[in-house]
Design a protein around this ligand. Sequence first.
Ligand code: SUD
Ligand code: ADP
Length: 277
Amino acid sequence: MSKMVIDGFAPAKINLSLHVTGQRADGYHLLDSLVVFADVGDRLRVRPAPDARLTVTGPMAVGVPGGPDNLVLRAAALMGITAEISLDKHLPAAAGIGGGSSDAAACLRALSELRGQPVPNDVLALGADVPVCLLARAARMRGIGEDVVPVAGLPTLDAVLVNPGVPVSTPAIFHRLTQRENPAMPAQMPEWPDAAALIDWLRAQRNDLQDAAITLEPVVADVLHAISATQHCALARMSGSGATCFGLYPDTATATRAAQALVAAHPGWWVQATRLS
Ligand SMILES: C[C@@](CO)(OP(=O)(O)O)[C@H](O)COP(=O)(O)OP(=O)(O)OC[C@H]1O[C@@H](n2ccc(N)nc2=O)[C@H](O)[C@@H]1O
Ligand SMILES: Nc1ncnc2c1ncn2[C@@H]1O[C@H](COP(=O)(O)OP(=O)(O)O)[C@@H](O)[C@H]1O
């Protein structure tokens, strides 16, 4: 018998690098980004039903749309399916870690499996991050987000994610950019023998939205300083259009200790030790 309900996981998306390489005539920006996924994320339960219904719960539910604007209901509508969806929010919204896009992708995967129906080709209409979130593993993302190529053999990274609780509007950050044509990543991605080699390589890459985000929300600079000041931090950078930043560490023990220190110093911030792959 076919399944009636599916539980899905929507992992946080992290842009280890985010190069803005140009702008299209329609205003969208061309990107070159190394994207990975965390082991923290939202959870959802999806069940096809005669009427669409959404329940949003969890520690990060406040402010997340509960109606048809929610990306999970927009994803179901795109597939032409009505569904009852419970969404358990653990990721901060408008945070540069693709919570809404990852929720939409998890919903598309679940409905596709439940109904034996392929995911439509036009998912970009839900958000530029949805194609990479459908893959949900390490990838190079180019174009405006539609060109997604898996990156094999990427070493797993031990990390801490930190969000200061300030929502950031993605269009507002792109709008503030002063330099829209920046170098891409190298045409050929290297092979990294281990996490230390990957971190070394990442130091020469950038997030071209970081300065604009700091101008709009100076607390992003405080987050980056706080992460950089933790013991054994090898690299601190912002993800997406912010305000979430990540720190990279040599191993799980140092990442866990850094997360504990950040929680103690900034009890109001969202802090998560995680592994990225
Ligand atoms: C910046 C990135 C990097 O991964 O992440 P987030 O900060 O959202 O997590 C994404 O490109 C965001 O993806 P997403 O949040 O799905 O974007 P969308 O809803 O499609 O677009 C929101 C707005 O951002 C701008 N935008 C988005 C993507 C892009 N390549 N160029 C743009 O200029 C446009 O102004 C657009 O109207
Ligand atoms: N399931 C969802 N979770 C979070 N935000 C959502 C969701 N559906 C729609 N949204 C809207 O999308 C906006 C962007 O949220 P999100 O995808 O979390 O951020 P970002 O694009 O910075 O990664 C939010 O401000 C919210 O209004």
